[in-house]
Design a protein. Sequence first.
Length: 542
Amino acid sequence: MKKLLLTLAAALLMGTGAQAQIKNPMLWADVPDPDVIRVGDTFYLVSTTMHLMPGGPIMASKDLKNWETVGYIFDKLTDSPKYDLAFSLPLDQQKGEGVGTVYGRGQWATSLKYHDGKFWALLAPNEAGAMGDTYIFTADKAEGPWTIHSRLRHFHDATLFFDEDGTPYVFFGTGEMCQLTRDLKGVVEGSLRHYFQREADERGLLEGTRVIKHNGTYYALLISHVYAPGRHRREVCYRTKDLMGKWEKNTVLESDFGGFSYLAQGTIVDTEEGDWYGIMFQDRGGVGRVLTLSPVRWIDGWPQLGDENGKVPETMRPYRSGMPEKGIVCPDDFYNEKLGLHWEWNHNPIDDAWSLKERPGFLRLKTSRVVPNLYLAPNTLTQRMEGPTCSGYIKFDVSKMKDGDCAGLAAFNGDSGVLTIKKQGKKYVLEMSEQKVSLTDHEKAVTNVEEKIIETITLNSKLSTLNLRIDGDFQPGHHDAANFYYSLDGENWTQIGTKNYRMTFDYRRFFMGTKFGIFNYATKKKGGYVDVDEFCYSKTEK
């Protein structure tokens, strides 16, 4: 019965209109820093997921409308204990190179390429020192498995580019480039150069470089932050016929969209028939950075994005009709023996502290470390929230929790709205709280978690199962509102805590959109566990 209900829920989520138009945002979820390529009849997209693991998600689509996650570039990063949330001591007691976390750090702005029968990915964690060294991965299939091919110096927001003769280059930072050795394991000595200088009003970085070659001309696309009157965030393009020669510049997109401010950063990609599309992201507050799709018109040799007025269109026809409906956020009944690719852990998981096999049909989350708060808790499992509105709920068995254990569902971010079931002695208490983490700028160490308990309910001491739900509303003017509910029977829901809790996007801490977060951690002694029966999910159509 559970599997049938989830199948029906998935059908309602995906709908039946496979012929429906693409409504922008193409992906109304946190999918920042995109790179998109086409191999044969399939488009592949990679995005930034920072401190979430596995990382470097590869998404695939046949029609530029229906996307699904098909793999990850890596399961874990292991350069430092920071990736493991291993330090839970107060900051004044912490010592050593690994102190801190990787909130807002980790994998950034991955470049995806297909060359000589292989897939290649280049990424550089946003870290200082050896942790920030660039990775180059390779795979025979986009789905993986991916292997580390080489490590190089740090290249900020870089793109890998193979010329027609196979010569590899890296374009990075604000107008910097260099040639790599043929084996992609080193930089050609003396090849580093600036190929342009930013204008006086471009005081921010020109970053997010993506490079393509079309009809013998090289094109570098970058986001430009400008501060002059009447100027906005925009996508600019530099072009040249000679990589070592002079580059020309043009603005290829300067458009607001959907009641939000101007957008930029992304790439362009062609179809088998030779048409071109542009994929750019837009900051949309609490949901994160969403993806938009635009037509590309080649005018005077420049790729101009947008409609005839240079604006991102509200709707577009899918590139290919009749494709099955798919999504990157999915319900789950946990019957599969492998965790679905729609899930990511907060930092590296402790592998022996979760299981899909010990109780088939359930996700078991065990406590394995005593920690003081949610932000240092291992094995918090996440999925994106989506606009315009979405709803996710879990049904779980709490009968094996130990005294001091905390489990539940969060609208998880630097500022989080949290539903927590706490085991206090022999009784259960349900709390809705607002939690705000403070992090050091350099180490991203957790220095404080401000917890404001909004409402508390004492539950039956013989409680075994509980349902928790969070609804998200990201419609323009609705202030990224989250509302919280609980149910003892899965049918009758009672709202609890803050009404219209405001989800936020914060560049200084998490640097990502709000996620559904399923958690279980111990504050006194390890060894307890909860069994998550299902994650049910629905969203409204745009």
